[in-house]
Write a protein that binds this ligand. Structure first.
Ligand SMILES: Cc1cc2nc3c(=O)[nH]c(=O)nc-3n(C[C@H](O)[C@H](O)[C@H](O)COP(=O)(O)O)c2cc1C
Length: 323
């Protein structure tokens, strides 16, 4: 079994984590990943204190293993953050601060509540800033990933962040969907991986089946980094674009973002309707380039076990070759 020091730090068996996904309320998915020995995470972005308590209790009904509660710092609401801390999760996972935000109070309060703190960074300066403020783990997130990502690819980014923040442990994210990705991440100096898109195409994921199938059908070339999903939603992120399927909706507005701004309300209504209908061409679907590595919709626990097993087999084979 592959264990790295981060497993002891976070109280998990496999160095495999689920990315908090604020747009998706999925206690069953979180519990399934934690039950399989990984670290589940519930995205709390936009959730009320009641909904956070409800989700956490639904997770705890299914598992007594550690999991994280995830906050996007640029718009973390005090009452929701306080509610999350009161629930005393094993970890608080932060991402996307505003440049001027002071991170220390957030990290300090999470530590006072007994939680370990993970912090997602798409670049070295951000990673250093989080470590200086006391983060326990850095998630180095490459631009290949699904949802909001930075500009640098995982291959150079991961070792750069490892070098910059050591001995603070790093998890690699962005474009990883199988055991090969885990082994590569370890080779680059990370202590494990964090995955989003792979778990979206899981049995427990609450996405419409058509969207899960769109990930399975994706070839990895069919994504686009844009601010179109955010413009349609009327949200402004601090410097992030989001990677989503390059479907009809995205192609309609690419290069015509001004027109989308002008028609935001109507576009949002159409998106909401398309999402309900499971229309994979007319609703934005966040997914990473690793969609090209995803060939089935599988139970989340099996995904964790598969990645761990495959990584072990690769490492065994590599060691045998060297003898
Ligand atoms: C639909 C979706 C929503 C996401 N929402 C969040 C979020 O709320 N908070 C966060 O820290 N990361 C979020 N992410 C990013 C993931 O945590 C992770 O970094 C990313 O999915 C890794 O790349 P991968 O998709 O190639 O595995 C989201 C990703 C996706 C696909």
């Amino acid at each position: 079994m592959i264990r790295t020091p981060i497993c002891d730090l976070l109280g998990i068996e496999h160095p495999i984590a689920l990315g908090g996904m604020g747009s998706i309320y999925a206690p069953d998915l979180v519990a399934a990943v934690s039950n399989a020995g990984g670290l589940g995470a519930m995205g709390c972005h936009g959730l009320s204190p009641e909904r956070i308590r409800e989700g956490t209790s639904a997770i705890r009904d299914k598992t007594n293993k550690p999991f994280a509660l995830n906050f996007l710092l640029f718009e973390a609401r005090e009452e929701s953050f306080a509610a999350a801390l009161a629930l005393r999760p094993a970890a608080i996972a932060f991402a996307w601060p505003r440049p001027e935000q002071d991170l220390k109070p957030f990290i300090g309060r999470a530590h006072d509540a007994g939680a370990k703190v993970t912090f997602m960074a798409g670049g070295v300066p951000e990673a250093r800033r989080a470590v200086e403020a006391g983060a326990d783990v850095i998630i180095a997130q490459g631009t290949e990933g699904g949802g909001h990502v930075g500009w640098q690819a995982s291959l150079p980014l991961i070792p750069m962040i490892v070098d910059a923040v050591g001995p603070v442990p790093v998890l690699a994210a962005g474009g990883i969907a199988d055991g090969r990705g885990l082994v590569a991440a370890l080779a680059l100096g990370a202590q494990g991986v964090l995955l989003g898109t792979r778990f979206l195409a899981s049995t427990e994921s609450p996405l419409h089946t058509n969207f899960k199938q769109a990930i399975v059908d994706g070839d990895g070339h069919d994504t686009l980094l844009s601010d179109i999903p955010d413009l349609a939603a009327g949200t402004v992120w601090p410097g992030a674009m989001s990677r989503s399927k390059r479907n009809r909706f995205i192609q309609r507005w690419a290069g015509r973002e001004w027109a989308l701004r002008q028609n935001q309300a109507a576009a949002l209504a159409q998106v909401q309707d398309a999402r309900k209908r499971g229309d994979r061409e007319e609703a934005p679907l966040s997914m990473g380039q690793d969609a090209g590595l995803i060939h089935d919709i599988a139970p989340a626990g099996e995904i964790v076990a598969r990645i761990a097993r495959e990584a072990e087999q690769i490492l065994d084979a590599l060691t045998r070759t060297r003898r």
